[in-house]
Design a protein. Structure first.
Length: 179
């Protein structure tokens, strides 16, 4: 395992954006409050909105390059499915956010939640703009929104990973008394 040369810890400490706590890194972690047989549901559900909404950026680029209405229709479906799946993933994430103190105590928890709420709001706006004529708003408004959403999901995914891997939230293991 690689260690940070400065403080001899097995992870980089990047304050003030990310807080590191050696006790959290080494403890068995905190199980998710929304799980089936100990397996957290939030990480299972997030793959769908991420795939759909990032895919929508790709289909918007496809429309921009080809003007083929197929890509416009595909974008509407991807954004609609991504928004719906995002609501489900958001509910499970919000339940963990409200029930696990460690998540609320870390900037990664707030940035993860806030960025994902922003991505869902932008996706809803993007979907509503396309009602009636799915192709008309793509160049350039819809395309810009789709790229911003895809970028936000990349950033918030990083923070979700920080919660899981750095702060041991939603891992399978015994419940820690530090919840």
């Amino acid at each position: 395992m690689e260690t940070n040369q400065i403080n001899n810890t097995p992870y980089p400490n990047i304050p003030p954006i990310l807080e590191s706590d050696d006790t959290e890194y080494r403890d068995p972690g905190i199980t998710s409050t929304v799980s089936v047989a100990g397996h957290p549901l939030h990480p299972v559900l997030i793959v769908f909105p991420v795939a759909f909404l990032v895919g929508a950026a790709g289909t918007d680029i496809g429309y921009w390059l080809t003007s083929d209405p197929f890509w416009a229709r595909a974008s509407v479906w991807l954004i609609g499915c991504g928004f719906g799946a995002g609501i489900l993933a958001g509910i499970t994430g919000f339940l963990d956010f409200t029930r696990i103190k460690r998540v609320r105590e870390r900037s990664a928890g707030w940035l993860h939640m806030g960025g994902n709420v922003a991505a869902l709001v932008l996706s809803l706006i993007n979907l509503l703009l396309r009602q009636g004529n799915p192709a008309q708003p793509i160049v350039y408004t819809g395309l810009a929104i789709s790229i911003v959403v895809a970028t936000l999901l990349g950033i918030t995914g990083w923070f979700g990973g920080e919660l899981s891997f750095r702060h041991k939230v939603g891992v399978i293991g015994p419940t820690s008394p530090n919840q």
